[in-house]
Design a binder for this molecule. Structure first.
Ligand SMILES: [Fe+2]
Length: 242
């Protein structure tokens, strides 16, 4: 394991024990500069339609192709150091899975798989977002079940059972090809009650271990969300018991 991972840093500890973190990150002037670059880059975005929701995405490949200024600016504000202290491995700004995303939400649909409680992976996997505009209860903040990323005997057992279902193909609950594991539907009430909404001000950073249970939250039709999104796989050998 690289020495760049600083377990003693309080925010890393907090993230490892609860599975999520919301932390101030950009100053107002940094946010302004980054937002201006993103507004410009979004002219090269592509549109993805999910039901009645429209997403404009400008991904890493597109940003690299045009040698976007965004890489240097993000490097200067310390994003690599921040992720390295969490990740435990050396990272390079250009190898980060990064995209600028602007979503305009249509009528929320119950069959939207992102709105069902699920885990993305068994091993720790971090996703991070820097909102360029505030995330509130109107623009579909993510819901997260704190501590659900931790390894327990129950979780190991559930994963073992799941591995058989996965093999049989039963994971394909909604006839949508998706390998992430859905939560037991009977647990829905419990998850709703114990979960939190990851609301955040523009310029903060939200980090979540998506091996914990989460879902796309609720919100208002017509609302918009604008953020920078990052994904990075954590070293699978970092123990995540409480
Ligand atoms: Fe997910």
């Amino acid at each position: 394991m690289s020495s760049s991972r600083k377990r003693e840093i309080p925010f890393v500890k907090k993230l490892e024990s609860s599975g999520y973190l919301i932390k101030p990150f950009l100053s107002n002037s940094q946010l302004k500069i980054i937002k201006e670059i993103c507004d410009e880059e979004m002219k090269f975005s592509r549109v993805i339609k999910r039901g009645q929701t429209n997403e404009l995405i400008c991904d890493n490949r597109e940003l690299l192709k045009r040698q976007s200024k965004l890489f240097d600016v993000l490097k200067n504000v310390g994003i690599v150091e921040l992720f390295q202290s969490i990740e435990g491995l050396k990272l390079d700004i250009k190898s980060l899975n990064m995209s600028i995303e602007k979503t305009k939400f249509g009528v929320s649909q119950d069959h939207d798989i992102f709105r069902q409680w699920h885990v993305d992976t068994f091993a720790s996997h971090y996703k991070a977002w820097i909102p360029l505009e505030d995330i509130n209860d109107e623009n579909f903040p993510m819901k997260y079940l704190p501590k659900s990323h931790l390894i327990t005997f129950k979780r190991l057992f559930d994963e073992w059972i799941w591995s058989f279902k996965y093999k049989k193909g039963d994971y394909n609950i909604n006839a949508i090809s998706n390998q992430s594991r859905r939560a037991n539907i009977n647990k829905k009430f419990f998850y709703e009650k114990k979960s939190i909404n990851l609301r955040a001000k523009a310029g903060t950073i939200i980090i979540a271990d998506t091996s914990g249970f989460h879902r796309r939250g609720d919100g208002k039709t017509g609302s918009e969300r604008y953020w920078l999104r990052f994904g990075f796989r954590r070293s699978p050998f970092i123990v995540k018991f409480n």
